[in-house]
Write a protein that binds this ligand. Structure first.
Ligand code: ACO
Length: 429
């Protein structure tokens, strides 16, 4: 039988700490009373050994390369489901019945338009602004436009805010794109499914008829499913921390979007594609591998490595297949970037440095090539990630708000600054 308590010796004193066991995955040592009993904090920068919450949404086994949404393997959801079904699953905990699915699709679809004044709000941005800068600003502005769904103590308002975020994110992302290329915004078309609608809002122009390519739409839907949630990653933890103070959901998602932007997180798909372009051809790969292994060189192979996956990222495998489907559909036979990617992956996976450090390709390694082939500029990649991750952020935020034991998140620190000292007037410094 597994132990239910653990003991810690501190300054000759024994402190008992409960061990809590989840349904699968590592148990946790409950250190909540440690400070009260010992006057000490725990220290874990980067949170490599810290579970910040209890959650029933997503499970990752990084050693085995397993990802489950509400218990369902990502491979099965990506193969058989669609993105809105995944959204329902993440939010409600169960796969929808046919009637629930139809109702959910209907409700999301009826929220796709954004307040007309948002279009004027967009005019305030520079045309050359990065789409993620526009996304962070416009998502934050949603709380100014949808004030009637910002009371987090009202379950109905929480539900409406969730629907609005999932429905309006593609519209905002498409507007961010259209704005940077100087084309008119395209209104959503409710007869289309979620991903087809997004493709049309991005690539249709009033001067021509636009026909959605079903292969591209299905591929995009799969990309959205793969990115929908990933337990307590940096942006999700940001959303939870922002939400723990009682901030409204639009503000929390804006905070998560800002965190996602960084190149170590969601910005890696953009960085991975830029790196493949910089490598340029297969002959240059050894030079870049050597740079990645050089301790004195800050260069890293973008799209490789993951804090949790110490095995092949299961999403990367599905993504690789999707990449080939899209390139075939578009008749792209000899894409030099794909050649570089395949060879880079082959060399890295057989190199002792990468094997020993368990550095495998992550989802971003292939998603960039696919999105580029579909016609998205690299600057839009992270915005698409934010669009897909919104449901995960919302589901995690909702789970936290509905937890009766929820309180503000407030980490402590190991202070290494100056001890108390006397203020010196400016003339005596
Ligand atoms: N290329 C070369 N070496 C690497 C790489 C890489 N991509 N990633 C990690 N390493 C090395 C580190 O130098 C370190 O070596 P050391 O032990 O000799 O010091 C070791 O592997 C461990 O790396 P850490 O940075 O400690 O691992 P951490 O868990 O903190 O970082 C991260 C994970 C940020 C993803 C890292 O692997 C990385 O920077 N990868 C490239 C960026 C990227 O692809 N990010 C996408 C993440 S997935 C996502 O957000 C969807």
């Amino acid at each position: 039988m597994s132990a239910t308590t653990s003991q810690l010796q501190v300054d000759g004193k024994t402190v008992d700490m409960a061990i809590k066991t989840g349904s699968i995955g590592p148990s946790v040592i409950d250190i909540g009373k440690l400070y009260a009993q010992t006057g000490m904090f725990t220290y874990d920068p980067g949170f490599t050994s810290t579970a910040s919450c209890e959650s029933q949404i997503t499970y990752i086994d990084g050693d085995e390369g397993v990802l489950l949404y509400r218990g369902y393997p990502i491979e099965q959801l990506a193969e058989h489901g669609d993105f809105l079904e995944t959204c329902f699953l993440l939010l409600e905990g169960e796969l929808p019945t046919a009637a629930q699915k139809a109702d959910f699709d209907y409700r999301v679809t009826r929220h796709t338009m954004v307040h007309e004044q948002m279009a004027r709000f967009f005019q305030g941005f520079r045309r050359d602004a990065h789409p993620m800068a526009v996304m962070v600003g416009s998502i934050g502005a949603m709380s100014a436009f949808y004030h009637d769904s910002t009371d987090i103590s009202d379950p109905h308002q929480r539900m409406v805010a969730s629907m609005r975020m999932i429905a309006k994110m593609p519209t905002l992302a498409a507007m961010a794109y259209k704005y940077t290329v100087g084309q008119p915004f395209v209104y959503p078309l409710n007869s289309l499914d979620y991903s087809s609608n997004f493709l049309r809002m991005c690539f249709a122009v009033p001067a021509e008829e636009y026909k959605v390519n079903p292969v591209l739409s299905r591929a995009l839907d799969r990309i959205f499913i793969l990115h929908a949630d990933h337990e307590q990653n940096a942006s999700t933890s940001t959303v939870r921390l922002a939400g723990s103070s009682g901030a409204n959901p639009f503000a929390c998602i804006a905070a998560g979007t800002a965190c996602l932007w960084g190149p170590a997180h969601g910005g890696a798909n953009e960085a991975a594609l830029k790196m493949l372009e910089e490598i340029g051809s297969v002959e240059n790969i050894p030079k870049f591998i050597a740079k990645a292994k050089d301790k004195n060189d800050p260069f890293r192979l973008m799209g490789f490595g993951h804090r949790v996956y110490k095995n092949y990222d299961p999403r990367a495998k599905i993504m690789q297949k999707t990449t080939h489907e899209v390139l075939n559909e578009l008749g792209i036979k000899d894409d030099p970037l794909l050649d570089v990617a395949i060879e880079l992956e082959r060399i890295a996976l057989s190199d002792s440095y990468f094997i020993e450090k368990k550095l495998y390709p992550n989802i971003d390694f292939y998603s960039g090539i696919t999105l580029k082939a579909m016609g998205f500029p690299t600057s839009m990649f992270t915005a698409l990630f934010a669009l897909a991750r919104t449901v995960g952020w919302i589901a995690q935020w909702k789970e936290m708000i509905e937890d009766p034991s929820q309180r503000i998140g407030r980490p402590r620190q190991l202070y290494t600054g100056s001890p108390p000292r006397e203020y010196a007037p400016i003339g005596r410094r």
